[in-house]
Design a protein around this ligand. Structure first.
Ligand SMILES: Cc1cc2nc3c(=O)[nH]c(=O)nc-3n(C[C@H](O)[C@H](O)[C@H](O)COP(=O)(O)O)c2cc1C
Length: 314
């Protein structure tokens, strides 16, 4: 892919291949590897603005960036619908190290949606505008991640992208699906293209990018300034390196072992093992004969056990 740098206010993002926020997946360890593999920007998983303001336990782990300078390649994603709390979160000590704060206007899950947060903001452009404007007042570089609407046939992306730009946002990401579709089906390339044509700030396209060819198609069809990989980056952790032309000195086996070790060093061996379970179906997609290994990995209780299983069987 032809990569390019992106300018967000006074900040230059090194390239236009982003790693999406993904709750439960894009923690510090995963982001660390994605940054090493060349990602232009990564995102923390969605974090409640009110939770940040009230110092909820657990946020520390979500917002952890280690000591390799990863905050320079990481945006904190927050969700909420109250402009006051959204701005307060941007101004909080917890987010001090992040230059970029991303506003979640795409989360479809009922728990978030019912509170008028996530993609529910797409139902109320006036409130969404206040949220963006208040966050911009914090002085952070504000980016916004939206969907194309609620129901099939909706096409809110251009209107919301325009609103985001006129409210002071520096970048918009469009997940080319409506709420009703959650994560399935082909992305709506036309809606993304219309959003791209509606703004002058960088517009990043997201949805259904699992291969280099998918990324090329996405850019060709939408004219977007870059791509955001989500499940594609977990299914193929080297996809970002392929797209950015970053040399990788690890095999998949070595990567998996290093990933488990890094998780162990941050969350401890047992938790690293339990949390590794959700990566198993993704990392081992290309190993149809590894059924027994996968079953054993899903039962492993410690990171040592996982590493031993992989070393002996992969
Ligand atoms: C398990 C999972 C967790 C996600 N968590 C978030 C999140 O925290 N914030 C967000 O904006 N989007 C989240 N998303 C949506 C992704 O960022 C992305 O928009 C979506 O998966 C579409 O891209 P894809 O088709 O390439 O996977 C999540 C998606 C998945 C599958």
């Amino acid at each position: 892919m032809q990569t390019k740098t992106l300018r967000l206010k006074d900040l230059t993002v090194r390239n236009n291949v982003f790693i999406a926020p993904m709750a439960g997946f894009t923690d510090y360890a995963f982001r660390r590897f994605m940054i090493e593999f060349g990602a232009g920007l990564t995102f923390t998983e969605l974090t409640s603005a009110k939770g940040i303001v009230y110092g909820s336990k657990g946020n520390e782990a979500l917002l952890y960036t280690g000591d390799n300078g990863d905050e320079a390649f990481t945006a904190a994603q927050i969700f909420g619908s109250d402009p006051y709390y959204m701005r307060k979160a941007c101004e909080s000590e917890e987010l001090e190290k992040f230059k970029i704060v991303d506003i979640n206007m795409g989360c479809p899950v009922p728990k978030v949606y019912k509170n008028g947060e996530g993609c529910a903001l797409l139902n109320n452009i006036t409130l969404a505008e206040s949220v963006v404007k208040e966050c911009v007042k914090s002085g952070k570089i504000i980016t916004v991640k939206i969907r194309t609407g609620m129901r099939r046939g909706d096409d809110f992306a251009a209107e919301f992208a325009r609103m985001a730009e006129s409210s002071g946002a520096s970048l918009v990401t469009v997940h080319g699906r409506v709420r009703e579709s959650y994560y399935s089906g082909e992305p709506d390339y036309n809606a993304i293209a219309r959003a791209k044509a509606a703004v002058t700030i960088p517009l990043i396209a997201n949805g259904g990018i699992f291969t280099e060819e998918d990324a090329r198609l996405m850019i060709d069809r939408t004219g977007s300034d870059g791509v955001m990989l989500a499940r594609g980056a977990v299914n193929d952790p080297f996809l970002v390196a392929k797209l950015t032309g970053t040399p990788i000195n690890l095999t998949l086996k070595e990567f998996i072992i290093e990933h488990v070790k890094l998780r162990e060093s941050t969350v401890g061996g047992r938790r690293a093992a339990v949390e590794f379970r959700k990566y198993v179906p993704c990392y081992f997609k290309g190993y149809p004969n590894a059924k027994e290994l996968k079953t054993a990995l899903l039962k492993a209780e410690s990171s040592d056990e996982i590493i031993k299983l992989i070393e002996e069987n992969l």
